[in-house]
Design a protein around this ligand. Structure first.
Ligand code: FMN
Length: 184
């Protein structure tokens, strides 16, 4: 039976390294896993007033919730912005967190990958994301942790991994995640 993994990318920038990583990582999964990128760039700023009125609720809120719920597991790949997660990603979390009786992220095994141009690999973003996911009852994989520093030295804008040890590490992460999520 086909299993589904959804990738949410925290950067909406066109030539994003997070997008490159999503492309590269997608190639590491077995064929029986269907990988979908779930877009967040079309989600209007979350407003409970819009959400409570079906005639005002943006279609993209429904689309995002439906796509997240359809996945067996999730991967979030994000840069760090100002020592936390980018606003676009936090906004998507807000959208997926409502209604509280039907949280889209509920029970989803989730792989968190953060990256940055600097030396800390988005540590702050990684752990802020874990904090939010706890409240949504998503199950973030504890180990291995993935903080990719100096990302420009590890992957190019086309999604080609530049270092053999980085590829080996990411393949190991994917293998561990498949086991963690029960998708072997
Ligand atoms: C508004 C803004 C804030 C940033 N803040 C941080 C930060 O706190 N820590 C860090 O390591 N990098 C920070 N960066 C750098 C990005 O994390 C880095 O350039 C990242 O690789 C961009 O990811 P992307 O290519 O997927 O968009 C910031 C970048 C921007 C635009």
């Amino acid at each position: 039976m086909v299993k589904r993994i959804g990738i949410i990318v925290g950067s909406v920038r066109e030539k994003s390294y997070s997008k490159s990583l999503a492309k590269a990582i997608s190639g590491f999964f077995p064929e029986k896993i269907e990988i979908t990128t779930i877009r967040i760039d079309d989600l209007p700023l979350f407003n409970p007033d819009l959400d409570q009125d079906a005639s005002l609720r943006p279609d993209s809120y429904e689309r995002f919730r439906r796509e997240v719920k359809a996945q067996d597991a999730l991967i979030v790949i994000s840069p760090e912005y100002n020592r936390t997660i980018p606003a676009a990603l936090k906004n998507a979390i807000e959208v997926g967190s409502r209604p509280m009786t039907d949280i889209s992220f509920n029970g989803k095994p989730t792989l968190i990958i953060t990256q940055s141009a600097g030396s800390m690999g988005g540590f702050g973003a990684n752990h802020h994301l874990r904090q939010a996911l706890v409240f949504l009852n998503a199950i973030a994989m504890p180990q291995p942790e993935v903080y990719l520093s100096e990302i420009h030295n590890l992957i190019d804008k086309e999604g080609t991994i530049l270092r053999a040890d980085t590829e080996k590490f990411l393949r190991m992460v994917v293998k561990n995640f498949l086991g963690f999520a029960g998708l072997f």
